[in-house]
Ligand binder design. Structure first.
Ligand code: OSB
Ligand code: MG
Length: 371
């Protein structure tokens, strides 16, 4: 496939309600989309980087700059590209996995559209629909939290994930557990908000029969996760720390986690994400598909990833209306707590051109240079 242009488009997509985590509040999603224009077909990628470097070191403006100045020129120079070649071609640029993943997704979508193959089939998916959970932000009060969680349960979500931080942990977890019962699949996500001084709060969460505790400590501190894991019955799950298949294998070998949250953007793309799933399976570790408040485009690809055999827990793959009043694709609608795996070629969704246009804040087109 010969890459003829890369169209970079920034959208501002309002969230239906503010999303508060231990690292900040978001009220809208600043999305970077990349369209790969080739001689065979076009494809789209969505960048998961947030507007500020507060979940990870990447952020959307930086991703756009590294794509424009460093990644796109290398891809254009490579001549014929395939999705499998994107990683190796971009490897001399260190880090910037979210930016790289965006380009790989766009090329992969184009390639699969040209061959008429759906992403789930390419990745080795085995399910027609996937079980969905929902990630619930830090609420102003416990009452408001219970109301929000109750609404999601009524909608059919199969598990609830509560965002926590020191001061918003034991009491909200207790309230949700007492209100909705022992059968509710319940887990928490700290986004690295704890440290040695606040570990005792996490130990108290061990009484609530949680599915897992996600990323209590900072990204690079595998040792602290391993030592907490030894003291708790509740499994530790890593998100931020899992930046590659190698990082996953090391974390598991150290005993730092028993479950892995996979986000394709965080690990450099859907191909590395599938490799992580395989390595985890070989080590007896189940995985689930995380999310980054993607639009319908990124979510379609996440749902395809979640159809792989080792994705054994409900993912943060929620319906469009959990995030957006108006999605940029046909909305994903929850049926019996599940979302259908797209069956159309490539990522398998169409962008709604009028909605995309209306939300666009900026656009630039990159083309091959003369050298
Ligand atoms: O830590 O999983 C996370 C959203 C943005 C950044 C990080 C995280 C999240 C979520 C929401 O928890 C996942 C989703 O529903 O897309
Ligand atoms: Mg997380």
């Amino acid at each position: 496939m010969k890459l003829e242009a890369l169209e970079l488009r920034r959208l501002d997509v309002p969230l239906v309600r503010p999303f508060r985590t231990s690292f900040g509040v978001q009220t809208s999603r600043d999305v970077l989309l990349v369209r790969a224009v080739s001689d065979e077909a076009d494809g789209w990628g969505e960048c998961v980087a947030l507007s500020a470097p507060i979940y990870s070191s990447e952020y959307v403006e930086g991703a756009q700059a590294v794509i424009r100045d460093h990644l796109a020129p290398r891809l254009f120079k490579a001549g014929d590209v395939t999705a499998r070649a994107v990683g190796p071609v971009l490897a001399p640029v260190l880090g910037h996995r979210m930016a790289k993943a965006t380009l790989e997704m766009a090329v992969l979508d184009a390639e699969l559209c040209a061959h008429g193959m759906p992403l789930a089939q390419y990745l080795g998916g085995v399910r027609e629909r996937v079980e969905c959970g929902v990630s619930v932000g830090i609420a102003p009060t416990i009452d408001e939290l219970l109301e929000e969680v109750g609404g999601y349960i009524d909608h059919g979500y199969r598990r609830i994930k509560l965002k926590i931080q020191p001061g918003w942990d034991v009491e909200p977890v207790r309230a949700v557990r007492e209100s909705f019962g022992e059968d509710l699949l319940l887990q928490v996500d700290a986004n690295a908000a704890y440290d040695a001084g606040t570990t005792s709060l996490l130990e108290r969460l061990d009484d609530f029969n949680l599915l897992l505790i996600e990323q209590p400590f900072e990204e690079e501190d595998l040792q602290q996760h391993a030592s907490l894991a030894e003291r708790l019955r509740t499994p530790i799950c890593l998100d931020e720390s899992i930046t590659s298949a190698r990082a996953a294998a090391e974390a598991i070998r150290m005993g730092a986690c028993r479950i892995v949250n996979i986000k394709a953007g965080r690990v450099g793309g859907y191909l590395e994400a599938a490799r992580i799933s395989d390595i985890c399976a070989a080590l007896g570790v189940s995985v689930w598909c995380g999310g980054m408040l993607e639009t319908g485009l990124g979510r379609a690809a996440n749902v395809a990833l979640a159809s792989l055999p080792n994705f054994r827990l409900p993912g943060d793959t929620s319906a469009s209306d959990r995030y957006y009043a108006e999605d940029i694709t046909e909305p994903f609608v929850l049926v019996d707590g599940m979302l259908p795996v797209p069956t159309a070629p490539g990522v398998g969704v169409e962008l709604r051109v009028d909605v995309v246009e209306a939300m666009t804040t900026q656009m630039e087109t990159l083309v091959p240079g003369l050298t």
